[in-house]
Ligand binder design. Sequence first.
Ligand code: 5GP
Length: 201
Amino acid sequence: MNKGMLIVVSGPSGCGKGTILAEILKNDKFFYSISATTRNPRPGEVDGVNYYFLTKQKFEELIQNDGMLEYASYCDNYYGTPKKPVEDMLNQGKHVILEIEVQGAMKIKEKCPDAVFVFILPPSLKELRRRLNKRGTETEEVIEKRLSEAAGEIKQAYKYDYALVNGELSDAVNDLFAIIRAEELNTKNSKNTIDEVLENA
Ligand code: 5GP
């Protein structure tokens, strides 16, 4: 068994990351890292499923206790990746998916340079605005704030290994599967496969 890969997925709010990942996660070789956040739950979001919804104080305690693999402040709230489940799942051979914003992704790049970095693009900024309005989960003010972040985030897509456009959902899902499969076959991730062949003389 090879160790699992850490797959970091970013993209502006409303680009459809969650919808693409929901398809990928139907396969149980993937583990979705549940983040912690200090933002309020949206209608329908469940603590421990979508996020761990924490107070600022509790979040800061976790940081102090070295419990976070990374964390960042985004649109006035903390978001972070609890470290232990990620390490446990990678050791069990699962591919761990981090759906995180750019600052956090860059921290992961420093700590875990072998991770795979994928940026999801909307077809255009105009389409992104349309999707955020349609989602209707944020106030007008929050939508404007997120849109004003979006162009700056997209400019950082060059720091990722791959960028794919989420126009047609099925194409985007296939693209992400193709990236993951290619990375699985990369010799840096298939050391045990090679050793196993040599052992079976
Ligand atoms: P939302 O409030 O829409 O759920 O998330 C806002 C942004 O925070 C998204 O870009 C999302 O990917 C990012 N995010 C979610 N969890 C984490 C995390 O654990 N760490 C970091 N750095 N960003 C996160």
